[in-house]
Design a protein around this ligand. Structure first.
Ligand code: MSP
Length: 644
């Protein structure tokens, strides 16, 4: 089986932002998923470099369009490398082979009689790089760019798009999955309900020279969309390269809703005029807003992929974007939303499951995964069933670009596996010699769950999945790199050894053992009940509280609060802690102190700030006056040291 997936080629009039990154990450995830299925995959992205927009942007910078395009195209390339994008090819619309293919296609379509010369008046939007119809305007303006289009009258070449209208309507009706999600298919069909106008495909060189010269008239350059869409053919060697034969019939394009019309109407009709079969699928996603507001340079809220990588790491960012957006609908980005998701899903749920399972295998079995003993335990059966159901649902959703649903299914398994630990109490099994086999079974089932998670998370979080595979000591093995051989329960070979793991997710320690700390097991043995009745806690319970040494790096008052200080502290990692100590300390007094924190306190939002832990302080009353002293440690203790 073969897959050919493309992103739009991005305009080089601005640097890459969150929206470009999202499309590219989606295509990358899909490409990686298909490789995981064992398919032969071709994944293409690139930059769109001709046209008014680019010429204008270069003019503003006082450089030649070519130099300008070289610069920004390199930035896109570099950004995708930083995001771990696994594209097989990066195309530039200024590449010589692309220019040649565009000219060949223009000549072919012209010779066929589908391109003619005429005079035209229309409303042109430079932002969209196309003429808009009256119907598309809102209050006389382009709804996407909020500017009134310019009235332009000129002689130009036209592509007989109208000739292919019925053929396109029939194709959409006969191929329900040609454009998905359905809302966009309906939008296109509704647009095609009106007579289609022919498409103006040239610009006179008197107005624009930065474009591909028409092969049949040197006084014109090609309209940028007629040039850009053809990249999907050039990149696979149209007309006679072997890749063209291999990949064209399976081409899937990924775009956002802003460029639906060029992809769903111009492009298929162009392809029909060339005498080719249309591409296989068009996947359309919604728009990312930022804090519920449209992302725009003028508002100054443009989010750059590099900032996200630096702040959250590439896997954290990838996970968030894929989990948060329901494919097809708009979504809103905010730092609060990504922090909340990373803490709850990655650090708490997944990180917790990994660290607890691995540390028990290391502690109770010296890291060795013994075989499971056949059991009729309902918990075991349920865990296996949830894993199997997940594998099925995951594949269905990934095929349909429903990444958020695929990840929801994965997290159902994570949640059940965490419960499985609590209900099986491996720590209690470890104490009883006759429960040896049961403990082996529980630990095997946990290791097997981690293996399946490693497999399915590979397309979404490639780096973390690789680290997980390293810890399970199965790097490169088919059971974590091929859905066919790995996508079934029991594929983890018993007898393997687990390696000590570092931190898989940055906040792993924050979330560790949270579940136990917050929800004591229902099945307490009688001794433990007695101990707690007497006001004691067990050593196990004490161990659930993770006390660590942290150095105060900065301290400042929280705005609008008399009680709160915001501290940046360094434990193993940097954390923010909001503490109610402003009445007792000046911020400066705290800087440099080595204090004690509860590192696995559930993160909480206090006055809009995420507090990642709690500091310890002693409080007492002298007369009417309350005193408070923050607990500090003496000597040269390393930041992050555990206190026990
Ligand atoms: N050059 C054309 C595409 C030609 S493809 C033959 C173009 N370029 S663009 O730089 O404007 O990129 C548009 C695409 O970037 C969208 O379709 C989408 O993939 C992505 N996004 C840009 N802003 C976005 C959001 N705010 N949210 C999500 N994706 C968006 O159009």
């Amino acid at each position: 089986m073969t897959t050919y997936i493309t992103t739009p080629i991005y305009y080089v009039n601005a640097q890459p932002h969150l929206g470009h990154a999202y499309s590219t990450i989606v295509a990358d995830t899909y490409a990686r998923y298909k490789r995981l299925c064992g398919e032969d995959v071709r994944f293409q992205t690139g930059t769109d470099e001709h046209g008014d927009k680019i010429a204008e942007a270069a003019g503003k910078e006082g450089v030649q369009p070519r130099e300008y395009a070289d610069n920004i195209s390199a930035m896109f390339k570099q950004s995708w490398q930083r995001l771990n994008i696994s594209n097989d090819y990066f195309i530039r619309s200024t590449d010589d082979d692309h220019v040649a293919v565009v000219q060949k296609i223009l000549q072919d379509v012209y010779d066929k009689g589908d391109i003619y010369f005429d005079e035209y008046s229309g409303l042109y939007c430079t932002g969209c790089e196309r003429f808009l119809t009256d119907k598309e305007l809102v209050d006389g303006k382009c709804p996407d760019h909020q500017v009134a289009p310019k009235e332009i009258t000129e002689q130009n070449y036209f592509f007989r798009m109208s000739r292919y209208q019925q053929q396109l309507i029939d194709h959409i009706h006969n191929n329900p999955e040609f454009i998905t999600p359905e809302r966009y298919r309906n939008e296109v069909l509704s647009f095609l309900g009106e007579p289609l106008e022919d498409l103006c495909i040239s610009r006179p060189t008197s107005r624009l020279t930065w474009g591909i010269t028409l092969p049949f008239d040197k006084n014109f350059v090609t309209y940028v969309w007629f040039d850009a869409l053809i990249n999907y053919l050039t990149g696979i060697g149209y007309p006679d390269g072997p890749n063209f034969q291999k990949y064209w019939s399976v081409a899937e394009h990924l775009i956002a809703k802003d460029i639906l019309k060029p992809h769903a109407i111009y492009w298929p009709t162009m392809i029909m005029a060339m005498g080719l079969e249309p591409y296989k699928k068009l996947h359309v996603h919604g728009f990312w807003n930022v804090n519920e507001t449209k992302m725009s340079k003028s508002i100054g809220n443009v989010v750059r992929p590099q900032t996200l990588v630096d702040t959250y790491g590439r896997d954290g960012m990838r996970y968030f974007l894929l989990r948060e957006m329901s494919f097809g609908l708009d979504a809103s980005f905010s730092d609060e939303a990504i922090v909340a998701r990373m803490n709850s899903d990655l650090a708490n749920d997944l990180g917790n499951l990994f660290s607890r399972s691995l540390s028990m295998i290391i502690k109770y079995r010296d890291g060795k995964v013994n075989p499971a003993v056949k059991s009729s335990d309902e918990n075991d059966r349920q865990l296996q069933k949830i894993a199997e159901d997940m594998l099925e649902k995951y594949q269905v959703c990934m095929e349909k670009f429903e990444f958020h649903k695929a990840l929801q299914a994965v997290w159902e398994l994570v949640a059940y596996a965490n419960k499985y630990i609590v209900s099986n109490e491996p720590w209690a099994l470890a104490k009883a010699a006759e429960k040896r086999e049961r403990l082996d079974t529980v630990l095997y089932n946990l290791a097997e769950t981690l293996r399946i998670l490693t497999l399915v998370l590979r397309p979404v979080m490639p780096e973390s999945a690789e680290k997980m595979a390293e810890v399970l000591q199965v790097t490169g093995a088919p059971c974590v790199s091929n859905l066919g051989s790995g996508g079934r329960w029991g594929a983890l070979p018993a007898g393997g050894v687990i390696a000590e793991s570092g931190q898989l997710f940055p906040r792993l320690e924050v979330a560790k053992k949270k579940e136990k700390a917050n929800q004591p097991d229902k099945k307490k043995d009688t001794n433990r009940e007695k101990e707690s009745e007497a006001g004691y806690i067990t050593f196990e319970e004490f161990k659930n509280v993770e006390l660590r040494v942290a150095e105060v790096l900065t301290a400042e008052r929280v705005k609008k609060s008399e009680r709160l200080l915001q501290l940046e502290v360094m434990a193993h990692e940097k954390r923010t802690i909001v503490a109610g100590i402003a009445e007792y300390y000046q911020p400066d007094e705290l800087i440099g102190k080595k204090i004690l924190i509860v590192a696995n306190m559930k993160p909480a939002k206090i006055m809009g700030i995420y507090s990642q832990g709690m500091l310890l302080a002693a409080k007492n009353k002298v007369g009417d006056k309350e005193q408070l002293a923050v607990t500090t440690v003496d000597g040269a203790v390393e930041n992050g040291s555990r206190v026990a």
